[in-house]
Unconditional design. Structure first.
Length: 263
């Protein structure tokens, strides 16, 4: 049940009209210039604070009439269900615009591909933030929204599916069926990923001991927490923390010369 990998690339486009489709969701984040797109017969532009979301399997035409640079994110399959509910073009708030610029700088620093682990973590955080910003406008079944809220608010506690079902006014069978249909994963999987994402953030941003991190995401057994973390991310919590620190410590301090290659 490991997470599918994210991929972040820095691209520029020509004025020639091109079209294709791919079997994964893709986000186009503008750095400079304008990219004209027609995504599944919906026309729009990726420019300024407006991003494009190309759903898996959707034919799309695209061209850029002038100098341009875009960050392109190949999204992991775990985000597919929510991304499918979003429109082809979205306007980012100021916070997400700043984070896009941060991703851009990190992409410049990582042109050699040396820091792939950290880069994937940053991409996943951007996708998490995007979901938080726009999930309220996504029309989930009201009962599943209740279930999701219940899990979001209690991920650090012992939670049973029976409790979630009662909170959402469903039987456990109905809950599992509807949750899977609406969210693309079972309630148990959603709870696991929520816990692991929170644990990942704590490992990256705090000095809490691994045991303390485990307790903050609902685990009293350190071995069980470590096994789950490794199952999801491919690394033990301790190795993940050490690897993240190592990646940041080795980053070059300046990116001005790399930035010049784009223009």
């Amino acid at each position: 049940m490991a997470l599918n990998s994210c991929n972040l690339t820095l691209r520029s486009y020509t004025g020639d009209v091109a079209n294709h489709a791919h079997d994964f969701h893709q986000l186009v984040l503008p750095i400079t210039g304008t990219l004209h797109l027609n995504v599944n017969h919906v026309e729009g532009q990726a420019q300024g604070n407006q991003v494009a979301i190309v759903a898996a399997g959707n034919d799309h035409l695209f061209y850029a009439p002038s100098n341009n640079a875009f960050l392109v994110v190949d999204a992991p399959v775990e985000t597919a269900v929510m991304l499918e509910r979003l429109p082809a073009f979205l306007t980012l708030d100021q916070g997400l615009q700043h984070y896009t610029q941060f991703l851009y700088q990190q992409c410049l620093l990582n042109q050699t591909g040396t820091y792939q682990t950290t880069e994937k973590q940053m991409i996943q955080l951007f996708l998490d933030l995007l979901m938080q910003r726009f999930s309220l406008s996504v029309q989930l079944d009201r009962r599943i929204l209740l279930a999701k809220t219940y899990l979001d608010e209690r991920f650090d506690q012992t939670v049973s599916i029976a409790q979630v079902a009662r909170a959402s006014h469903l039987s456990t069978r109905q809950l599992n069926t509807l949750f899977k249909r609406e969210m693309g994963q079972s309630p148990q999987e959603y709870l696991l990923y929520t816990r692991m994402e929170r644990a990942k953030q704590l490992l990256m941003t705090t000095s809490l001991r691994v045991q303390q991190v485990a307790e903050k995401v609902g685990y009293t057994n350190l071995a069980a927490f470590s096994d789950r973390f490794k199952q999801v991310f491919g690394y033990s919590p301790r190795y993940f923390r050490d690897k993240t620190k190592e990646d940041f410590a080795q980053r070059p301090k300046k990116s001005a010369e790399l930035a010049k290659t784009l223009y």
